[in-house]
Write a protein that binds this ligand. Structure first.
Ligand code: NAP
Ligand code: GDD
Length: 369
């Protein structure tokens, strides 16, 4: 039985990857941060289901800013594989927390590499580093592949740039099986609530149920290459099963404006939008709807709030994943449209359930609020 350590196990990707590895028969050890409130909602169903997984899923307190802890966990587990997914992963927030982001996302990766090296596990342990399409930033080439030069545009991306190169360096210097997955945006119903897709699907679902009037967005003209997290964790796994340690881009090869994701999200609930104005004055209204939900014709549903703009933006991301397709046989199954539909349906169900419970007199605290 293989053993894996996952940092960032409580995050979106950590949860999907844990499920995948448990299904494959791995013993999984997740590193989670101490928090004042319980933060394991995404993995509780796996952790509590000892019947299904036969006690093969373990959680350890830890933090990428604490090397002694990382050394202790790696020493105790003696892992075959480490997936370093832990990070302060919000690009906008990294402008507010640049030093913390550098420490966790950049030096945190070094701490993990050093733990493996100093414990003499360089031949045994394979390491996956969660690199990102944010490295391409102000893109130097369209589409972006493993050969495209980097031009990071945020403290997050600069920290991840250090992590990328330290991974390459430890591979070359110490012959470690250490690989970067350069992953383009991937989303799911489990996506953090402040990333753009989930912010949209939550807001649209709430408007549909009459729980919210409108939403405030930032730059809705940037473009992203969106896939589903389920497809991408399969790619992470395949990267570590390959014969040789290499870096891979995972992407769908399709790019979409935030605005088009918004239009699709409303369409899923039978609403046609009308947009007016430009720049910070851009707005959107309900042009037509079919009365299934609480929308009203003429209702304003969108305004721009410059608070959500970034000091430096990444305008266009579109990936070329042909290396992963050819060497790993990796192909994404979801389109951005099927992803959007799944997220909308899931959020409508989530808020319907909450509404029913509230009506029945239960005082419930929405786990996502
Ligand atoms: P996420 O949902 O934000 O999860 C991040 C995880 O890291 C959470 O478990 C978080 O713990 C943990 N974490 C934060 N600070 C930490 C620290 N100091 N020490 C240890 N753990 C810490 O992110 P995700 O979308 O799953 O992404 C996973 C990884 O892939 C991240 O490294 C991200 O930068 C990278 N990535 C993501 C995408 C994407 O589109 N999703 C694309 C490319 C790369 P808490 O739950 O306690 O906050
Ligand atoms: N979050 C957010 N909130 N983004 C908005 C909003 C808003 O209200 N309005 C417009 N946007 C735009 C952002 O300016 C950006 O251009 C785009 O939507 C996507 O933003 P996010 O969903 O926050 O993701 P990201 O692309 O910045 O970063 C994500 O993907 C990276 C991979 O490319 C994160 O998951 C990173 O961790 C990941 O590395």
């Amino acid at each position: 039985m293989k053993k894996a350590i996952i940092t960032g196990v409580t995050g979106q990707d950590g949860a999907y990857l844990t499920e995948l590895l448990l299904e494959k028969g791995y013993e999984v050890h997740g590193i989670k941060r101490r928090s004042s409130l319980i933060n394991t909602e995404r993995i509780d169903h796996l952790y509590e289901d000892t019947h299904v997984y036969n006690k093969k899923f373990f959680l350890h307190y830890g933090d990428l800013s604490d090397s002694s802890n990382l050394i202790r966990v790696v020493q105790n587990v003696q892992p075959d594989e480490i997936y370093n997914l832990g990070a302060m992963s919000h690009v906008r927030v990294s402008f507010d927390l640049p030093e913390y982001c550098a420490d966790v996302d950049g030096i945190g990766t070094l701490r993990l590499m050093e733990a493996v090296r100093t414990l003499g596990l360089t031949e045994k342990t394979r390491i996956y580093q969660a690199s990102t399409s944010e490295l391409y930033g102000k893109v130097q080439e369209v589409p972006q592949s493993e050969k495209t030069p980097f031009y990071p545009r945020s403290p997050y991306a600069v920290a991840k740039m250090y992590a990328f190169w330290i991974t390459v360096n430890y591979r070359e210097a110490y012959n470690m099986f250490a690989c970067n997955g350069i992953l383009f945006n991937h989303e799911s119903p489990q996506r953090g609530e402040t990333f753009v897709t989930r912010k949209i699907t939550r807001a649209v679902a709430k408007m549909a149920l009459g729980l919210q009037d409108m939403m405030f967005m930032g730059n809705i003209h940037s473009q992203r290459d969106w896939g589903h997290a389920k497809d991408y964790v399969e790619g992470m796994y395949r990267i570590l099963q390959h014969d040789t340690p290499e870096d891979f881009v995972l992407a769908t090869g399709v790019t979409t404006k935030i605005k088009d994701f918004i239009i699709r999200a409303f369409e899923r609930l039978h609403v046609e939008l009308e947009f007016k104005g430009e720049g910070v004055d851009e707005t959107a209204y309900v042009k037509s709807h079919d009365n299934t939900y609480a929308f009203k014709t003429g209702q304003q549903v969108l305004a721009i709030d410059p608070r959500y703009f970034r000091p430096t933006e990444v305008d266009l991301l579109i990936g070329d994943a042909s290396k992963a397709r050819n060497l790993l046989g990796w192909e994404p199954k979801y389109t951005w449209q099927s992803l959007c539909d799944e997220m909308i349906d899931s959020d409508v169900e989530l808020f319907k359930k909450d509404t029913l419970l509230r009506k029945a007199g239960f005082e419930i605290k929405n786990q996502y609020e």
